[in-house]
Design a protein around this ligand. Structure first.
Ligand code: MG
Length: 484
């Protein structure tokens, strides 16, 4: 090679190096800007809190000033739904953006996971934490998990960098036979005041290690919040996703000394007011640290009130029935979106579900949606940021593995109903289905099926389309571990 050619080649290489260097610097700078603009997400998920349990949703004697302020400064949704009316499938729906019957987290035999369950959320599922991690988010789960208590299924093995909480419901792992004069339910309706922390051998776990057993449930709401505050403070530089799932006001009810006996509503009110107080601590942190305008906070609950526990359970307000059913009280929840300066404050009567959070947050974070599976969410951005209509037009109410009811616009058709809170409850199939106009009749009292056969036909067409795309996974909840 001539000297001149060699020189030209070196020169070309040099220019190319400089050029690629500049280019990658540019890309990095652009990424950094995008990274800084990505909003943080906080989902606060209460357990068994009903539609009517907050002051801003009409409760006359539970005082919830922090959540009420959040509703005033943000969006208070009045037609927001969960993916199932009990814990495990509802949590699976929230975190995967899919109906739980698609992930195996729905069963007609075992409604939820128990301490002797063999399975958990399958690893083929993509959790919202895993999804957000692909675009650089820090992730934490604080509180109740209930998607598999074995190590392989705990939050650190489902996309969360950090976990602090209990692996299943706070009434599980009984240490003595707890039964009232007429059975298990007496315990909750009449004897709850006599329960001890040690009656429930529920473990408190940090990452995958048990650090306390039984978990002291009197201080657990405060400690979940302390952990959340510390984690936010430590992770504020990166975009973050915090899933804070308080395990109360699911029975048994426990409040700290500070809140015990302070609410007009009794112990249930004490517990809800303590949650409200702690949500207020998180809001103050976000405001004081300058994080509020770039953080989207959602507050909702996993399912409706556990009516069977009578005075220990919550209220669905004017909605019919509660937890475990596909009536409105089982699956419609209070839901508040809050992000000052970003989310348009208003009362939203549009349709939304917890499964929509996966789609909505993915879009905000710049994470492409999975294309290899059927997703059940929609992007709620038009409602949250642009004052437009919700892209969601239908809600599917599954109980276990079966579709019981479908809402299209204001109309809801019940094909099957299952009473829970009566002696000898029966599963009843309806043909024609029961039909209610939920805008006019939110309490589902006046059946319109005789008057509107054409609306029933239209809903049946929606069901036919839905069923044509439904691939149900095998039931993973029913399998229990063999006793050793
Ligand atoms: Mg629950």
């Amino acid at each position: 090679m001539h000297l001149l050619e060699k020189f030209q080649l070196q020169r070309l290489r040099f220019i190319r190096t400089i050029w690629f260097g500049l280019l990658s610097l540019g890309i990095m700078a652009q990424n950094e800007i995008n990274q800084a603009e990505k909003p943080n997400f906080i989902i606060i998920f209460a357990d068994d809190l009903g539609y009517g349990d907050l002051g801003s949703y009409g409760h006359p004697t539970i005082h919830t000033p922090n959540l009420d302020r959040m509703a005033m400064e943000g969006q208070k949704w009045t037609n927001f739904y969960v993916g199932a009316s009990v814990c495990t499938p509802s949590r699976a729906a929230l975190l995967t953006g899919r109906l739980p019957v698609r992930s195996g987290m729905a069963s007609n035999k075992s409604r939820v996971l128990f301490p002797n369950s063999a399975n958990g959320l399958p690893h083929e599922e993509i959790t919202l934490a895993e999804q957000l991690k692909t675009v650089g988010y820090s992730t934490a789960c604080v509180g109740k998990w209930h998607l598999g208590h074995k190590e392989e299924y705990l939050p650190p093995n489902h996309g969360f960098d950090y976990y602090y909480g209990i692996p299943y419901s706070n009434d599980m792992d009984l240490t003595r036979k707890l039964e009232g004069p007429t059975g298990y339910w007496d315990l909750w309706t009449k004897e709850y005041a006599n329960l001890e922390i040690s009656d429930f051998n529920v473990p408190l776990i940090r990452n995958t290690t048990i650090i306390e057993r039984p978990a002291d449930q009197r201080t657990i709401t405060k400690r979940y919040t302390d952990e959340s505050i510390q984690w936010i403070t430590e992770n504020r530089e990166k975009p973050f996703f915090l899933y804070l799932a308080y395990n109360l006001p699911h029975v048994p009810l426990f409040a700290s000394e500070e809140f015990m006996g302070t609410s007009k509503r009794g112990l249930y009110g004490d517990v809800v007011e303590e949650i409200d107080h702690n949500v207020g601590r998180i809001m103050r942190l976000l405001k004081n640290e300058g994080l509020a305008d770039n953080t989207i906070v959602v507050f909702t609950s996993d399912n409706g009130p556990w009516i069977k526990t009578e005075i220990s359970g919550g209220s669905a307000g004017l909605l019919r029935d509660g937890k475990g059913t596909t009536w409105e009280g089982g699956m419609r929840e209070p839901c508040i979106f809050w992000s000052p300066g970003k989310i348009t404050p208003k009362v939203v009567m549009e349709l939304g579900t917890t499964m929509d959070l996966f789609s909505t947050f993915s879009k905000q974070a710049g994470a492409p949606m999975p294309t290899d599976r059927e997703m059940d969410g929609v992007d709620l951005a038009p409602v949250l940021f642009d004052n437009e209509e919700s892209p969601r037009s239908a809600v599917y109410y599954y109980r276990g593995r079966d579709l019981y009811a479908v809402r299209v616009g204001p109309y809801k058709a019940h094909f099957i109903t299952q009473e829970v809170y009566v002696p000898n409850p029966k599963r009843v199939e309806h043909n024609p289905p029961l039909l209610y106009n939920l805008d006019v009749d939110p309490s589902e009292r006046f059946d319109l099926s005789d008057e509107f056969p054409e609306i029933i036909a239209a809903i049946q067409e929606v069901v036919r389309k839905h069923n044509s795309k439904m691939r149900k996974a095998p039931d993973l909840l029913a399998l229990k571990e063999k006793k050793k």
